[in-house]
Design a protein around this ligand. Structure first.
Ligand SMILES: [Zn+2]
Length: 328
């Protein structure tokens, strides 16, 4: 394990879940693979392990003007809530963020000695949601220093679905790993686990396909359906003529590329990813252009993370996909 790791990939694909599993494997006392039985594993899965720190976006008011100790105590509380909820949580809402009080708490905790095991694991989920605030420079610099020279007893794992929105100074200091979507069969198996079924009910084939390998999409409910409908409109425009694409571009909002628009890009990527999987299975000549289509979407996501006008991003993306022959 590198000292600082960045897991990136589509929203809802399971990056923080994977980070928690990696944390457990580091805190397990028996082997390098989590045994699930030792004390370290038990505390890690209950999210009560004193050497496991997990920061993720929360409402501003909850940590506003908190001391590092108070912010840490608050995060410990919401971690326990997530564990009680079967470890299944929905997507981050647009109003939640990672605030300077939390970064101060993380930096402070990183300097402490491990309480139980030999290491501390610190997870910073949705790291692109770090909010620049007055007085946050010092905290941000302390975090950069940690990423650059991780303490020998500390592992830092960042996750993001919008790597382009992270500061280049952060990206250059971490080892990046892309987390791929689950295969359709793996996702189906996941929905059949008792705790998952209790939370989201029985999932039919259509909904399963629309989730495109992202378990989190099934926990997101209606926002995912909206994103999938949005992406379907783009595909429909690609099948039509110039005027259809013109209408698709004009129906985009002039601002606000992050959030719902980025979710639609994720949904489109998922849909094309399914086609790519099928094309590879059939040794179809479309596989190459579908691979390049994924790059085009990645470029669109990068522009969205920099808040480029969604209509402009859509126009460029549809043009690129059209040139690649993605229209069937
Ligand atoms: Zn264990």
């Amino acid at each position: 394990m590198p000292g600082s790791l960045l897991l990136h990939g589509r929203r809802g694909v399971g990056k923080q879940r994977l980070a928690l599993w990696l944390a457990q494997s580091q805190l397990c006392s028996s082997t390098s693979t989590p045994c699930g039985a030792c004390q370290g594993c038990r505390y890690a899965t209950e999210l009560t392990h004193p050497d496991l720190y997990w920061f993720f976006p929360v409402p501003r008011a909850e940590v506003s003007d908190c001391s590092p100790e108070e912010a840490l105590a608050y995060m410990r509380g919401v971690m326990r809530d997530r564990a009680k909820d079967g470890g299944l949580w929905g997507p981050t809402s647009g109003s939640e963020g990672i605030f300077v009080e939390m970064i101060r708490a993380l930096v402070r905790a990183a300097a402490s000695t491990p309480a139980m095991g030999r290491r501390k694991i610190m997870i910073l989920g949705d790291a692109d949601r770090m909010i620049a605030q007055e007085g946050s420079d010092q905290a941000a610099n302390a975090l950069l220093k940690l990423l650059e020279e991780p303490l020998p007893d500390t592992t830092l794992i960042l996750t993001t679905s919008e790597p382009g929105a992270l500061l280049p100074t952060i990206r250059s200091r971490v080892v990046s790993v892309r987390v791929a979507p689950l295969a359709p069969e793996e996702l189906r198996q996941w929905t059949e686990a008792d705790d998952v079924r209790a939370k989201i009910g029985r999932i039919d084939q259509t909904i399963l396909e629309r989730a495109s390998g992202a378990p989190g999409a099934l926990l997101a409910g209606t926002s995912h359906d909206t994103a999938a409908a949005h992406a379907s409109l783009w595909l429909k425009a690609l099948r039509g003529d110039t005027s259809d694409r013109f209408i698709a571009v004009l129906s985009e909002k002039p601002a606000g590329a992050r959030g719902a628009f980025s979710d639609a890009l994720d949904a489109l990527e998922g849909m094309l990813h399914e086609r790519l999987r099928a094309a590879v299975d059939d040794a179809s000549p479309h596989a190459a252009s579908l691979t390049r289509a994924q790059d085009a979407i990645e470029g669109a996501r990068e522009r969205a993370s920099h808040n480029v006008n969604p209509a402009l991003i859509t126009a460029e993306l549809l043009r690129e996909l059209r040139l690649l022959g993605v229209n069937a």
